[in-house]
Design a protein around this ligand. Structure first.
Ligand code: ATP
Ligand code: MG
Length: 258
């Protein structure tokens, strides 16, 4: 199954490349990440289409976070190649890779990773400042408006609920208008209602702004917001589910976890 999927995805990239000039948003080619003898990622190949919303599921320890970190340039694979758009990350030195992450990628994590001493506006503006860009306050205000926090600009993270903090983190991820947003269990610490709000905003970023989203999650409800779900097991992609529903994710999950 894994080999079939690998071939299918690589074929897909090839035909897309001859037919259309735009490469996929993210592409991995036989990416392996080892920790000593452990193959946390084991020869993974996949192409993420532009403007697509993909969920990544799998048992604990199956390599989801490792996958996300390699695909986003936070970590370097032991072997194999990762492209963001047309850029081969393996060819970039550390400073260029950092710059690429700042300019072209947005990150959201389960622990919101906001700066406690900064207010909401400053937290959201941070990627612009770090990237040496002029801080366009209208843009910051617009993205906060989009996530429903325009009236919270002067609040510190500690003065917000978990759901509100995650929306600040999402605004921070979107403010640079990145090509790809990588999210690692962003709803893991949220109750179902605030989780749904975060997912709706990610869905909107795809549908209205054309962002590409890669979402690691344990939650079939969260995965059902995506266009497709990849299942990882033992560091390999073992299945893909297109147009998922909660019921179909649960049914497939039983197969992977069995
Ligand atoms: N820095 C590291 N050093 C050694 N082993 C690691 C390291 N990071 C991850 N691993 C191992 O690699 C494997 C995959 O880990 P990973 O964090 O990618 O799993 P995951 O699917 O994200 O799990 P979870 O659902 O629990 O978050 C695990 O066996 C883990 O112990
Ligand atoms: Mg993880």
């Amino acid at each position: 199954m894994a080999d079939d999927l690998r071939l299918r995805s690589v074929d897909g990239v090839n035909s897309a490349m001859t037919g259309a000039p735009a490469p996929p948003a993210v592409r991995l080619d036989t990416v392996t990440r080892t920790y000593g003898p452990l193959r946390a990622l084991d020869g993974v190949s996949w192409a993420f289409p532009r403007g697509g919303f993909t969920a990544v599921m799998g048992p604990s320890g199956s390599g989801k976070s490792t996958f996300l970190q390699c695909a986003s340039g936070l970590d370097r694979p032991t072997s194999g190649t990762v492209w963001i758009g047309g850029t081969d990350l393996g060819r970039l030195r550390e400073t260029a890779l950092t710059q690429l992450r700042r300019e072209r990628i947005g990150f959201v994590f389960q622990a919101f990773n906001l700066i406690p001493s900064m207010d909401v506006e400053e937290n959201v503006a941070l990627p612009l400042r770090l990237g040496g860009r002029a801080v366009d306050r209208d843009r910051v205000a617009a993205v906060l408006e989009r996530v429903g926090l325009a009236d919270r600009m002067r609040h510190r993270p500690s003065e917000l609920s978990g759901g509100q903090q995650q929306r600040v983190a999402l605004a921070r991820a979107l403010v640079t208008e990145p090509e790809v947003v990588f999210a690692d269990e962003p709803t893991g610490a949220l109750d179902p209602r605030t989780a749904r709000e975060t997912l709706r905003l990610m869905r909107e970023a795809v549908d209205l702004a054309g962002r590409t989203v890669v979402l690691v999650t344990h939650d079939p409800v969260a995965a059902a917001w995506a266009d497709s779900v990849l299942f990882l097991d033992g560091g390999r992609i073992v299945d893909e589910l297109v147009s998922p529903t909660v019921a179909s994710v649960l049914a497939r999950w039983d197969g992977v976890a069995a």
